[in-house]
Design a protein around this ligand. Structure first.
Ligand code: XMP
Length: 325
């Protein structure tokens, strides 16, 4: 099915999700037969749901490749391995390409150049892995219905075949192509994915790379990763997870004077951002309780090496964008 039928009922219940899954599995088995399918599994909602669907339909004829570009959040690569390799028994290739990405990014401060390097390197690593595999005929993609609508309306180019080199031609498999995002989440839960994985907040493809303004260094990247983990833990404990649309930390490349253990400490400032939005075109700032803010400051300045100040970004979009880069 190439288009969402005009009269298709919105999937809002487990029963409707189950019926969709059953129908798709039948269609996937017909399309794929006994051939093999390749998937770039980022751990994001869409690629995870595609993986779970294909594992159910064709088992180990699906080869999932998880590329760790070194810019993922704390615990993310581990969760992909736990859920897909250990629980769902996926045929999973895990590639730790951290050094490759960070070496290429060394000294690069310009945001769009960083994005380009991360995007190109990702395709290169994925293509290298694909070339090592024999007999792959299909490429699975987590395209969803809004992607197709947006590309038809010229808002953004629809990621076509993952941007792979032209000599690598695969037939596409797009099992969630006619679904809206809320439907993808319900289907994902019915396929057995953890709630936290299908309801997670948006996370940009270039990952923590765009939350490390200026040239990325390993120590500052670590400060972003650790402070982000503390923020997520505290939001979960304090009932803000699932309520606030997107929240994260940013550590720009500038230092200020502070005091730690009675000594002068020239360290970075960690900026907290927490915003609400419907469509990411505009956003408002979350009103974080002052006591929670004090607790976050205490934890981040004491637990994260290199941070001596914590700031809160009160800027709505516009004038600020959600991300800093
Ligand atoms: P901005 O910063 O433009 O962000 O207000 C709007 C939404 O888009 C996400 N975002 C990205 N997602 N690649 C992505 O996949 C990117 O380069 C990128 N930049 C921003 C951002 O996290 C927010 O949800």
């Amino acid at each position: 099915m190439n288009r969402r039928p005009d009269d298709m009922v919105r999937i809002t219940t487990p029963e409707l999700a189950d019926a969709f899954i059953e129908e798709q599995i039948k269609a996937l088995r017909e399309q794929i037969g006994d051939k093999k399918v390749l998937l770039a599994l980022s751990g994001g909602v869409d690629s995870s749901v595609v993986a779970a669907m294909l594992i159910k339909a064709i088992g180990d004829q699906l080869v999932s490749v998880h590329v760790n570009h070194g810019l993922l959040r704390k615990g993310e690569p581990e969760q992909v391995i736990e859920v897909f390799r250990n629980q769902l028994k996926a045929n999973l290739v895990y590639v730790d390409a951290t050094d490759r990405f960070l070496d290429k990014l060394a000294g690069v401060a310009e945001p769009e150049k960083k994005r380009m390097i991360i995007g190109n390197e990702f395709i290169e690593v994925f293509a290298e892995e694909a070339r090592k595999l024999d007999g792959i005929d299909f490429l699975a993609q987590g395209t969803i219905w809004p992607d197709i609508l947006e590309s038809e309306h010229g808002i953004k180019a629809h990621h076509n075949a993952g941007g792979l080199p032209e000599d690598m031609s695969f037939e596409l498999v797009e099992p969630i192509k006619i679904l809206f995002k809320d439907e993808v989440r319900i289907v994902g839960e019915r396929l057995g994915l953890p709630h936290g994985m299908v309801y997670r907040q948006p996370f940009p493809g270039p990952g923590l790379g765009v939350r490390c303004p200026g040239a990325i260094t390993r120590d500052r990247l670590e400060a972003v990763r650790e402070s982000d983990a503390i923020l997520r833990e505290e939001f979960a404990k304090n009932g803000l997870e699932g309520k606030v649309w997107q929240y994260f930390t940013v550590v720009p490349d500038f230092k200020s004077v502070g005091i730690k253990e009675g000594k002068r400490a020239d360290e970075w400032a960690c900026i907290i951002r927490a915003v609400n939005t419907k469509d990411a075109m505009t956003a408002t700032v979350e009103n974080i309780p002052f006591e929670l803010m004090e607790h976050l400051v205490e934890r981040i300045t004491h637990e994260v090496p290199g941070i001596n100040r914590v700031l809160y970004d009160f800027t709505p979009k516009p004038t600020g964008t959600i991300e800093f880069e």
